[in-house]
Design a protein around this ligand. Structure first.
Ligand SMILES: [Mg+2]
Ligand SMILES: [Zn+2]
Length: 210
């Protein structure tokens, strides 16, 4: 481990899980061409800020368009490479990507099935935790624009953050009914990351007191 974590105690083991569509990039309903991939305002600098905080930035995404036959897994991987290219001018990068290709009742097997990774099921977070030794989901953040993102956070004890981009405004309107109160709601990723930064400082103070 380099000395670059000195701003935060080594015991801070949280990560930031970001939904992709409607949170980092424009929601276009089943993105199936690379030219549809556009960063939302402020997303590049926000992710660069997370990188500077030395927080792992991990994309977790439901991609049932694969099960539905709209595109294949290779396209999703290509879209992630394109996303990294768009982030590079901001000095920003995603550390890892996990996606669910399944749907319980659309398409054909093997993609048509009840799985443990379609959000809000926690499978993608568990995969990420398995891939990163010591990652603490209870010290982590999940940022997204849909109820499934907030429910995902609740299921693993992470802090759920709602952004009002994508479907976020509709989700906010329905959130009270669904009893899915986010820990924080912000207009977009920039405000979400500002909140994460202050919350992280608080989490660190708590663990130093113990
Ligand atoms: Mg979304
Ligand atoms: Zn799945």
């Amino acid at each position: 481990m380099s000395g670059r974590r000195e701003n935060f105690p080594a015991r801070f083991r949280g990560a930031v899980f970001l939904d992709r569509d409607g949170t980092i990039i424009e929601e276009v309903n089943y993105l199936s061409r690379l030219d549809q991939l556009r960063l939302l305002d402020g997303a590049g600098p926000a992710i660069a800020r997370l990188n500077r905080l030395k927080l792992p930035v991990i994309v977790v995404s439901n991609q049932s368009g694969i099960a539905r036959g709209y595109f294949d897994e290779e396209f999703v991987r290509r879209s992630h490479r394109r996303l990294q290219e768009l982030l590079r001018p901001y000095g920003a990068r995603i550390d890892d990507f996990f996606f669910c290709p399944h749907h319980p009742d659309h398409g054909q097997p093997p993609y048509r099935r009840v799985c443990d990774c379609r959000k809000p099921a926690p499978g993608l977070l568990l995969q990420a935790a398995a891939a990163r030794h010591g990652l603490d989901l209870e010290k982590s953040f999940v940022v997204g624009d849909k109820a499934c993102d907030l429910e995902l956070a609740a299921r693993v004890g992470a802090r759920g953050i709602l952004v009002l981009t994508g479907y976020g405004a509709e989700t906010a309107a329905a959130a009270a009914k669904n009893h899915l109160a986010p820990a924080f709601t912000g207009p977009g990723l920039a405000e979400a990351v500002a909140w994460i930064s202050s919350e992280m400082a608080e989490i660190n103070r708590e663990s130093q007191r113990r």
